[in-house]
Design a protein around this ligand. Structure first.
Ligand code: IMP
Length: 235
């Protein structure tokens, strides 16, 4: 049996001329707020979109077990929310089914976690170091769903996909909660996209600026003051 073609519910486009919402309209730690400009996407809206992505993915991957591969660190909150919703979907889907001998879905989803380190300036662009997983061999022959927080230029994902080619995966699907519209894009588009966003640096939903702002539950645009304050130079 093979997987269904990706179900593509339309991603949400945040237009370039959308200013976002005032920070004061939400409950945001005032110490964080001084470093932010606006709320670009409120957390509740993000959860609603993840619910639909989970539904699309759960339907497409329903007939075979798969490995959900979380790209740390940024991807883990999306990963957690997404998998929670997919599990929910399967609980209902299988509730009334009688197990048969041809299909073994006793463990529909397995999870793996990786961190990526690239050496773009020092070595060739195909040189991507994967850490956090004992061996990518554990993915060989499996259906794999890669879960990433944001695609910016697309370089990281393209390099990861190149690397995984060597492991003869049965199928590979990629979901990213955000895709940035940037002139630096290499044109890569994931199978399942949450939001298509302007070319701005965003934080929140576990996305960081030099490890800060991960705890924000809304996606916000950094202010110039915030960027300077938390730039690597000062910390
Ligand atoms: P790419 O290789 O240029 O697509 O970069 C992807 C990675 O860059 C993501 O996994 C993030 O870790 C990081 N990144 C890119 N844009 C942003 C942003 O606006 N906020 C936080 N992290 C970002």
């Amino acid at each position: 049996m093979s997987l269904k073609m990706p179900t593509k519910s339309p991603f949400i486009t945040i237009s370039d001329n959308f200013d976002g919402y005032p920070l004061e309209s939400f409950n945001i730690n005032p110490y964080l707020a001084t470093n932010l400009d606006r709320v670009l996407i409120p957390g509740g809206f993000i959860q609603d979109r993840i619910e639909r992505l989970a539904c699309d993915i759960a339907i497409d991957l329903a007939d075979e077990p798969f490995v959900a591969l979380c790209v740390l660190k940024g991807g883990y909150v999306f990963f957690n929310d997404l998998l929670d919703k997919i599990r929910h979907f399967y609980r209902y889907r299988y509730a009334s089914q009688t197990p048969n001998e041809t299909t073994d879905l006793a463990q529909q989803m397995k999870v793996e976690f990786i961190r990526l380190k690239s050496y773009e300036n020092e070595r060739s662009t195909s040189d991507l170091k994967v850490i956090g997983i004992e061996s990518l061999e554990s993915l060989r022959g499996k259906n794999v769903l890669i879960v990433e927080d944001i695609i910016d230029t697309g370089k990281t994902m393209v390099r990861l996909l190149e690397l995984l080619k060597g492991y003869n995966l049965k199928t590979i699907r990629v979901t990213s909660l955000f895709v940035k519209r940037t002139p630096l894009s290499n044109g890569y588009t994931p199978d399942y996209v949450g939001f298509n966003i302007p070319n701005k640096f965003i934080v929140g939903c576990n996305m960081d600026y030099n490890e800060y702002f991960r705890d924000l539950n809304h996606v916000c645009v950094m202010s110039e003051i915030g960027k300077q304050k938390y730039s690597f130079k000062k910390h």
